[in-house]
Design a protein around this ligand. Structure first.
Ligand code: GDP
Ligand code: GDP
Length: 453
């Protein structure tokens, strides 16, 4: 029991590994007791096999992040799907079908000592139909003698059987190499950029971007010589705030005022996009004295599109009277409810009011943006959520949520594997609860659903 716990806790990927795309999924299928879970543990690199000797014991943890030769992928252990019920052969085929459906590639495990059984043949049919890439693994080949028995598995018609001893590790390196060959390229990692965090100050003309920049630059240390190991773009400015360096991107664009002429909006929006592309977090400046405009909303939409972290700064607070303040709260409630999660600061670039609150807001947003929830924790959360609030029945059908994983960070993107289409409202519900439980303040959260029926 303790080992199992330990096992699940360790799936948090290293902080430096950031997946730009979704991780490819490898499903491990086969009859009960052929050694699927032992093999999964072997692949995950845990010497102590976390298996019990009872065939088909229920194990609830089935979805893992694995890494081999620098590549990350997800592993689905269907050994965990088996039930202590009669008629298990039928269930094995059914479960395998589900697993194969959501996988990018399949590892089919056969017990070489037992040889080909009727269930194995059933599984081959399912595999053929799926047309997914398959790696045939002949397990329990603990020594040279077993190789002969493994060779008999050519008869399955799935190509070369790869002998392995999940228990002792014999041949497991070769099997892993083969897995990488059949898995699609998805999920390669990208190194996290180092150096100061990158901030875009954006907002419509005259909200006070250059005033804020000037204020920050005047009252803090402007870093002229670039930090060791980081390259700095001449259009950027590095300012030390709260003892840490921050890169404000495209400040040249802020300082070089656009003339109020036709097309200015267009150029402003191009510049905003360019700044967003190079930033990690956006501070959207809004004019507290004026109604929230469609242009403001468009800029916020651009941030959401870009997937950057978001802080809202209401500027010119020094000009506010009571009446306008109340009006503004109402406008925010009405127009900005979709970004309720964004930290908000009420500042004055002119007087410097509350500009010291920018850093905590940026930190909060970036922390959320970087957050990674371990797969086990995520699935525990979703399991409880779905149990308490099942997806509504539609036409007698109810999509089942099988697993979820966080495929990437910056911003957090979750992939939910489901047996059917999830309604928009239900996805929104999941997002809201995710935000409540894991606090993604300041970061967009993306949820995509992979449906396999
Ligand atoms: P699963 O039901 O397919 O997940 O199978 P398990 O991983 O639970 O393994 C079933 C049994 O086979 C356990 O007693 C394992 O110790 C044993 N086993 C697994 N792999 C090997 C192997 O490579 N060689 C031998 N001799 N036994 C193995
Ligand atoms: P930008 O176009 O977004 O860069 O805006 P600017 O920084 O050029 O500011 C536009 C105008 O608003 C200037 O006249 C500023 O002096 C004024 N302004 C900027 N911030 C504040 C503020 O916090 N309070 C007041 N009262 N005026 C401000």
């Amino acid at each position: 029991e303790d080992d199992q716990h330990l096992l699940t806790e360790e799936y948090e990927p290293s902080a430096t590994a950031e997946d730009e795309r979704m991780l490819p999924v490898l499903a491990v299928i086969g009859r009960p007791n052929v050694g699927k879970s032992t093999l999964v543990n072997r692949i995950l690199g845990h010497r102590e096999a976390v298996v019990e000797d009872t065939p088909g014991v229920t194990r609830d943890r089935v979805f893992y992040e694995a890494n081999w030769a620098g590549r990350d992928f997800m592993l689905v252990d269907t050994g965990g799907w088996e039930d202590k019920v009669e008629g298990i052969a039928y269930r094995v085929a059914e479960q395998a079908e589900l697993a194969i459906g959501l996988a990018d590639a399949v590892m089919f495990v056969v017990d070489a000592n037992v040889g080909i059984t009727h269930t194995d043949e059933q599984l081959v049919k399912v595999l053929r139909r799926s047309q997914k890439p398959v790696l045939l693994v002949a397990n329990k080949v603990d020594d040279q003698r077993g190789e002969l028995e493994a060779a008999a598995l050519w008869n399955l018609g799935l190509g070369e059987p790869h002998p392995v001893s999940a228990l002792h590790g014999r041949g497991s390196g070769d099997v892993l190499d083969r897995i990488l060959e059949i898995l699609p390229e998805e999920g390669q990692t990208r190194a996290k950029p180092s150096g100061p965090r990158r901030v875009a100050l954006i907002g419509r003309p005259n909200v006070g971007k250059s005033s804020l920049l000037n204020k920050l630059a005047r009252e803090n240390r402007v870093v002229v010589d670039s930090t060791a190991g980081t390259t700095r773009d001449p259009v950027d400015e590095v300012i030390e705030l709260d003892g840490r360096e921050w890169t404000f991107v495209d400040t040249a664009g802020i300082r070089r005022r656009i003339r109020q002429s036709e097309g200015a909006d267009f150029f402003a929006s191009i510049r905003t996009q360019a700044a967003l592309d190079r930033a990690e977090v956006a501070v959207v400046l809004l004019e507290a004295t004026e109604p929230i405009s469609t242009q403001d909303l468009k800029i916020i939409d651009m941030v959401l599109e870009s997937g950057r972290a978001l802080v809202l700064a209401f500027n010119k607070w020094d000009l506010l009277d009571e009446e306008r303040r109340a009006q503004l709260e109402w406008e925010i409630e009405k127009d900005l409810s979709h970004v309720r999660w964004a930290p908000r600061v009420n500042i004055s670039a002119l007087t410097g009011r509350h500009t010291d609150k920018l850093v905590p807001a940026l930190d909060l947003a970036l922390e959320s943006w970087d957050t990674r929830i371990p797969t086990a924790r995520l699935n525990a959360f979703l399991g409880a959520l779905v149990a308490a609030h099942p997806h509504p029945l539609r036409g007698g059908k109810q999509p089942r949520i099988l697993f979820a994983t966080q495929a990437r960070t910056r911003p957090p993107r979750f992939v939910i594997f489901a047996s059917g289409f999830l309604e928009h409202g239900y996805r929104r519900f999941i997002e809201r609860r995710l935000r409540e439980d894991f606090s993604f303040d300041g970061s967009p959260v993306e949820i995509s659903v992979r449906v396999r029926e």
